[in-house]
Design a protein around this ligand. Structure first.
Ligand code: HPA
Length: 263
């Protein structure tokens, strides 16, 4: 894996004027770019010296214009279950922060722990359960981040307004980090639910903590691809994301434009 300064140099050569909005597109969310006007693509091997290894994650940075808004999109991400530390998995966030990103939208697939949630619901995150990442935070040294309000109120409100206006089935809830790659056991799920989480997934938390430490404003949306308490597999996660693709495109297309207008 390259160092931050190596990656930063490669990035500035390829994308001299980096957009202020970054989207992290999780499992299945890459459909978003089918309607976008693509300007540059760089794969993670070239930019970070590593490959994304997960089915459904292409592993490339795309600079594109979507709904008249120029954005950077990470198509696929690095997960800790691929063998990366939390610090390594968040190298892209540090590199893009250095390049000038000021707003981040994180997307992910998730399993619902809250019994009221349904497959296909969009969950606009209002908090994170970080306890199960705590032994390996992306932050190093005395980086005492205030986590009392991780998500930007205005960016969240934009998502809520669009979701309501476009009649998306959506929720607002807390996402718990689970390391994986195995899915949770039934007892793990009961534990996570008892601790206050509404959905569970294997990403998002390292990126959000790292971005907040760097002063980036953050919002996040998880798609419920399965009910955590019902037997499920990765194929089902991919299939449900595909089914929701049109809705994802609508939500994020409108979001990037409104978010760009925020002060
Ligand atoms: N658990 C963990 N990660 C996930 C799940 C799940 O049920 N669904 C999608 N990503």
């Amino acid at each position: 894996m390259f160092t931050q300064s190596q990656s930063a140099k490669i990035l500035s050569k390829n994308v001299p004027n980096f957009p202020q909005q970054l989207l992290v597109l999780g499992t299945g969310w890459n459909e978003l770019l089918t309607d976008a006007n693509i300007e540059t693509e760089i794969d993670y091997q070239q930019l970070f010296g590593v490959k994304a290894t997960v089915p459904g994650h292409q592993g490339k940075l795309v600079i594109a214009t979507l709904n008249q808004t120029r954005v950077a999109a990470m198509v696929g991400r690095l997960h800790m279950y691929e063998g990366f530390s939390a610090h390594q998995a968040t190298l892209p966030i540090r590199v893009f922060a250095e390049a000038g990103v000021s707003q981040l939208l994180v997307t992910a697939a998730s399993g619902a722990l809250n019994p009221k949630y349904k497959v296909g619901d969009f969950v606009i995150l209002n908090d994170l359960l970080t306890l199960f990442l705590a032994i390996d935070s992306p932050l190093r040294g005395p980086q005492f981040l205030d986590t009392s309000q991780l998500f930007d109120v205005k960016m969240r409100q934009i998502l809520i307004t669009i979701a309501a206006k476009t009649h998306l089935s959506f929720q607002q809830g807390c996402y718990a980090y689970y390391h994986g790659p195995n899915f949770e056991t039934p007892t793990d799920k009961i534990a996570l639910r008892t601790l206050g989480a509404d959905v569970v997934g294997m990403s998002t938390v390292p990126e959000v903590l790292q971005a907040r430490w760097l002063g980036i404003k953050v919002a996040a949306v998880a798609l419920v691809t399965n009910l955590a308490f019902v037997k499920h597999d990765h194929k089902e996660v991919l299939m449900e994301s595909e089914k929701a693709a049109d809705k994802m495109v609508k939500l994020l297309g409108k979001y990037v434009k409104s978010s760009a207008e925020l002060k």
